[in-house]
Ligand binder design. Structure first.
Ligand SMILES: *[C@@H]1O[C@H](CO)[C@@H](O)[C@H](O)[C@H]1NC(C)=O
Ligand SMILES: *[C@@H]1O[C@H](CO)[C@@H](O)[C@H](O)[C@H]1NC(C)=O
Ligand SMILES: *[C@@H]1O[C@H](CO)[C@@H](O)[C@H](O)[C@H]1NC(C)=O
Length: 342
């Protein structure tokens, strides 16, 4: 026995198959397959954390803010201003590959001299529109912040105020909404002006230079509000800021074609505010008790799949919550039945 020469282990696989196996292993090593946990696993993971007290970690927050500062400089760049976008400057649309535009006299005159916000903002609420807000009783808590940001011109009528509040200082509006809901403001503009009255004195933050087709409608929003003497003012999102924020999250592993408005807004808030609490950021079909919920707090219209990467985005935000960088509110704030009627 001892005299047997050492031999390569025998295999029944033909040489070609072994080579293929080695090739696949090498391929996987170079391009690992990231398996995103599925909805059930994510919800389980979140449940395990519930009940643990959340504490802000000022070290982690300062570190994260420094990263944001270095990549994207939110304080200076999040909106177009005369300072950061001089006349004649050429900028690329951040949502297009091939198109750029030059800031002309007329457009330039619509920009404020510098960021009009009093920075740093203190406590901010960022409100996503997730169905988890329904019957959350979070309205009062949301409104207790100094600065409230909302996404995509959400409804704030009385039936929702207990859950989402009414205060708004900044609300985003995609040009596609202006097109769908208000016929690009080419016909009656009064319906639009009336519909934004609920946002009181807020800024309407529009990605006017992300897609070529979005510029016209965004400028019309600006002129419409001006013509009607409305209280709201348009702030134009800076395409360089949006692109940099997109790259930042891509480097952290988000593989979407485009970030959702919500993640842009949370990123901006982390750069602009001292304390950030986010509400309604929950892209799943069940709540923490396993009950089915609608997609938004006001409807159940599902987004186009494949465009945004909502579970990936959620996991990043959840990581920030666990690190003490921001607070994510997922449970009820108050029992809505216990609140006095408003
Ligand atoms: C706070 O964050 C820092 C940096 O991420 C970390 O080193 C530290 O352990 C955290 N502190 C607590 C109490 O979690
Ligand atoms: C830009 O517009 C202002 C007034 O709106 C005008 O006085 C100025 O001459 C214009 N400049 C150019 C370069 O067109
Ligand atoms: C509208 O804004 C003004 C000034 O910022 C504030 O005093 C008022 O309470 C706000 N109204 C509502 C309904 O939020």
């Amino acid at each position: 026995m001892a005299g047997l020469a050492w031999k390569w282990p025998r295999t029944r696989l033909p040489v070609g198959a072994s080579a293929l196996g080695v090739f696949v292993l090498c391929w996987l090593y170079v391009f690992p397959v990231y398996r995103l946990p599925d909805e059930k696993e994510i919800v389980q993971g979140v449940l395990l954390q519930q009940g643990r007290a959340w504490r802000r970690n000022h070290t982690a927050l300062a570190l994260f803010r420094k990263l944001l500062e270095e990549c994207c400089d939110p304080g200076q760049l999040f909106a177009m201003t005369k300072q950061n976008s001089p006349m004649g400057k050429n900028l690329w649309f951040d949502g297009e590959l091939l198109y750029s535009f030059t800031i002309d006299n007329a457009t330039y005159s619509l920009f404020p001299q510098a960021t009009p916000l009093q920075l740093p903002l203190r406590k901010c609420s960022v409100v996503g529109n997730g169905g988890i807000l329904k019957r959350s009783g979070c309205g009062r808590q949301i409104d207790s912040a100094d600065f409230v940001m909302r996404c995509n011109l959400p409804p704030l009528s009385r039936e929702y105020s207990k859950d989402v509040g009414t205060k708004t200082q900044l609300v985003t509006a995609n040009p596609s909404i202006i097109q769908k809901r208000f016929q690009n403001l080419l016909w009656s503009r009064k319906a639009f002006v009336d519909s934004v009255k609920v946002y009181n004195h807020s800024y309407i933050y529009m990605p006017a230079f992300s897609m070529k087709t979005g510029t016209g409608p965004s400028l019309r929003v600006y002129y419409t509000l001006q013509d009607f003497g409305a209280k709201q003012r348009v702030l134009f999102a800076n395409p360089n800021f949006l692109r940099d924020i997109g790259k930042f999250w891509k480097s952290k592993g988000i593989h979407a074609k485009r970030l959702s408005t919500g993640l842009f807004l949370v990123s901006a808030a982390l750069g602009l505010c001292e304390e950030v609490t986010i509400y309604g950021f929950w892209p799943f079909s069940v709540d923490l008790r396993g009950k089915f919920i609608s997609h938004h707090y006001y409807d159940n219209v599902l987004p186009d799949s494949g465009f945004h990467a909502m579970p990936e985005e959620f996991l990043q935000l959840w990581f920030l919550h666990k690190s003490g960088v921001l607070r994510m509110q997922l449970e009820q704030c108050e029992d809505p039945l216990m609140q006095p009627a408003t």
